[in-house]
Design a binder for this molecule. Structure first.
Ligand SMILES: [Zn+2]
Length: 500
């Protein structure tokens, strides 16, 4: 009886590693076993493969079938092995042309009817298969994601029977054509929707221009969430390279909402405060990227920041600094990019009305202290801009929306211009300047040094927050197209550090 070896892929973090599916059909008591560290979904593939083969009018060999997934020490998870196992069995039992399978890799889940279903991580798989100089056969359900890739080494099929007909050279499968996606803006919300709140709007504009993290503190109903949701509309669209990077993360996560209308939009993620650390930073079996990686190249918005458990917030410290997250488990380790901009909002106290213009706060000082203590000093130090958002006065509410208010488009253009100044000068945004570079790039005039040292003493700024303050001042100077950081830029920047 026969033996066959078929190539497929398994995901480890962001990488699709090669797996050989070896199938041996021998005489002996009929049986079907899979070895090579298969996890639950892989073990269950036995039943799917058997039904799919029978329902596509092939014969399921009534002999001893052994499937080995090599390398044997790499844990295998997911349902993507189904197609390769089925092709292996049909090839070993000489129902399809054995030679024709060598030039392909196979990945898809099988339905009992023999239909091919979509699997997670198809984009990194296609990239890896291309490097291996082979072609990939997968499910037609992946077409939306595949059109964004500029290579034609992918063939798609509806059913197992279609794949076998192709291998037997009866009916050939079609390849996926690369579709050029238009780099267009498609937001349903706009910056001009928000009334008044000029101070908070300015703070958010600065944050967008320099890539700074920002925390808004204000009473309920002051428009914090509304402003944060519109923040994403101020950011320039992604480059094709960055958009593809984000698409790979979404593909690995299995987040099933690929939309080519929003392909170039920076991602906006808004996890709820009841999210677990695994949901936020990633993990699980197999290891999947979390919200911070889905927000890569975009914005992570944490509403009600003080309601997040402290241990969950602390997990953000390392990615905020390094722009990536390494997740280690006993069996494997994975690294995901997590270069996101953090926008957070919180109430000033548990009841929400501390220092309110008209309403009284009912919280004790101890309660307020405990509430704010949930945010550790090191975490707050990583947030460059802290700003107050006051509640909207009734008079302001009645005023109709100003037609001359700045729209997202106008601000996006100036943000893009300010970002270009930074990229040309130092190759990165001001928020990403390391301490040494900060001091050379954000040099202060001699006459302002004394003023600054007095301010530092009064505000008790740590070394880290001093550098953050300098970076924000540099961004304000860039927004005003000033080559030097002047006292007025420092003064403006210091107003964002006095809170909490
Ligand atoms: Zn209160």
């Amino acid at each position: 009886m026969g033996i066959a070896s078929i190539c497929t892929r398994t995901l480890v973090g962001m990488n699709a590693l090669k797996v050989s599916v070896e199938v041996h059909i021998s005489n002996g008591l009929p049986g079907f076993s899979i070895v090579g560290l298969p996890e639950a979904a892989v073990r269950e593939s036995k039943d799917r493969v058997r039904s799919a083969i029978i329902n596509c009018n092939f014969e399921f060999p009534c002999r001893k079938i052994t499937v080995n997934l090599a390398p044997a020490d790499l844990p295998k998870a997911g349902s993507g092995f189904d197609l390769a196992i089925a092709i292996g069995i049909l090839s070993a039992s000489q129902q399809i042309d054995n030679q024709s399978t060598y030039e392909y890799e196979f990945i898809a889940e099988l339905a009992l009817s023999g239909q091919l279903r979509k699997v997670n991580g198809i984009i990194p798989t296609v990239i890896a298969v291309g490097k291996n100089k082979k072609r990939l056969i997968t499910s037609k359900q992946c077409v939306d994601e595949l059109t964004i890739l500029a290579n034609n080494n992918v063939l798609v099929a509806n059913t197992l029977l279609d794949v076998c007909n192709h291998l037997n050279k009866k009916i050939m499968l079609g390849s996926v054509k690369h579709t050029f996606i238009k780099n267009s803006v498609n937001y349903k919300i706009d910056w001009s929707d928000v009334k008044s709140q000029l101070q908070a709007k300015k703070a958010l504009e600065i944050a967008a221009s320099g890539g700074h993290n920002l925390l808004m503190i204000g009473p309920p109903g002051s428009g914090k969430t509304m402003l944060s949701q519109r923040f994403i509309t101020l950011l320039p669209l992604l480059s094709t390279e960055k958009a593809l990077e984000s698409a790979v993360i979404y593909s690995v996560n299995g987040y099933n909402q690929f939309d080519n209308k929003t392909f170039y939009h920076p991602p906006f993620r808004n996890p709820h405060h009841t999210s677990s650390p695994v949901a936020l930073v990633g993990g699980g079996r197999p290891i999947k990227p979390g919200e911070i990686s889905l927000a890569h190249n975009g914005v992570l918005f944490l509403d009600e920041l003080a309601e997040f458990p402290r241990h969950v917030l602390e997990t953000l410290r390392e990615p905020l600094e390094s722009g990536k997250i390494v997740i280690s488990r006993a069996a494997q380790q994975a690294e995901f990019p997590a270069n996101f901009q953090l926008i957070a909002a919180m109430n000033p106290c548990p009841c929400g009305y501390y220092n309110h213009q008209t309403l009284d706060c009912i919280c004790s000082m101890e309660k307020i202290h405990r509430y704010r203590n949930k945010l550790s000093g090191p975490l707050l130090d990583r947030i460059d801009i802290h700003c107050h958002v006051d509640s909207i006065l009734q008079d302001e509410l009645i005023i109709p929306i100003d037609d001359n208010a700045k729209t997202s488009e106008t601000i996006r253009e100036s943000v893009s211009h300010t970002q270009q100044i930074q990229l040309q000068r130092q190759g990165k945004l001001n928020a990403h300047l390391p301490p040494r570079e900060t001091e050379t790039i954000c040099q202060i005039k001699k006459e302002d040094i004394k003023y600054l040292s007095q301010a530092l003493q009064t505000l008790h700024l740590s070394a880290r927050s001093y550098h953050r303050m300098l970076r924000v001042a540099r961004t304000i100077a860039d927004m005003n197209e000033s080559t030097v950081v002047c006292r007025k830029h420092i003064q403006h920047s210091l107003t964002f550090r006095q809170l909490v």
